[in-house]
Ligand binder design. Sequence first.
Ligand code: 6PG
Length: 241
Amino acid sequence: MPTAMTHIHSDHEEMSQAAAGATRKAVERVLRRQDTFSLVLAGGSTPKRLYELLAVEDTPPIPWDQVHLFWGDERLVPPSDPTSNEGMARETLIDAVDIPASNIHPILTAFDHPETAAKAYEKVLVDFFAGPPAFDLVLLGLGEDGHTASLFPEDRPHEAADPGWVVGLQAPPRHSPRGRVSLTLPAINRARQVYFLVSGEGKHESLVAVRDQQDPALPATHVAPEEELHWFVDRAAQGGT
Ligand code: 6PG
């Protein structure tokens, strides 16, 4: 089981600053012993500020020519769509840093079915890692229903017999757009580290259910990376006084 740690911050800004500092240090530490750092980006709104902070010059600097970017999940829409996770990351981070295009590995979505897109991304990962994916850091958000990436409680992804590394699916009706591609739990759990970013009082219940009560029905509960699991939360999500 990984070492799990919670970092509680007064608000979303301070949480984002802390997560950005930790990410910079993780990049620096890993690049002391290998040439590349593989970073998986989360979608949604919570990580936007973190991405903006990673885009600015700070210490330790991030050598973007040694960083490879991947996505934890994607909606089956073009990058120009306002709900695209790739589009959001380009706007908040990628367009502001000098990263080679060959270091950016988006989930391609120009397919008719999520399963086809998933198979294509699985090939990207297996080709890059010359075998099973082994990310250095995976960033994840947490939904109010306990989903993470596009792994939803209804689909019971933690019970899948042979989920592979990437899955294509239809999200539950409450989540639009419904066509999704997501890393599976085995792909996430082969990472060295996972950072969960959880902000806002709306996430309090799912944070407690996943982190504290470890409700087995919730996919996020089954996230267990090889080395370290960090929860970056603000007081509103923590339920702080
Ligand atoms: C997505 C994300 C998803 C997200 C949570 C939290 O594509 O939507 O990967 O898992 O992290 O839904 O979203 P917010 O950060 O917007 O609350």
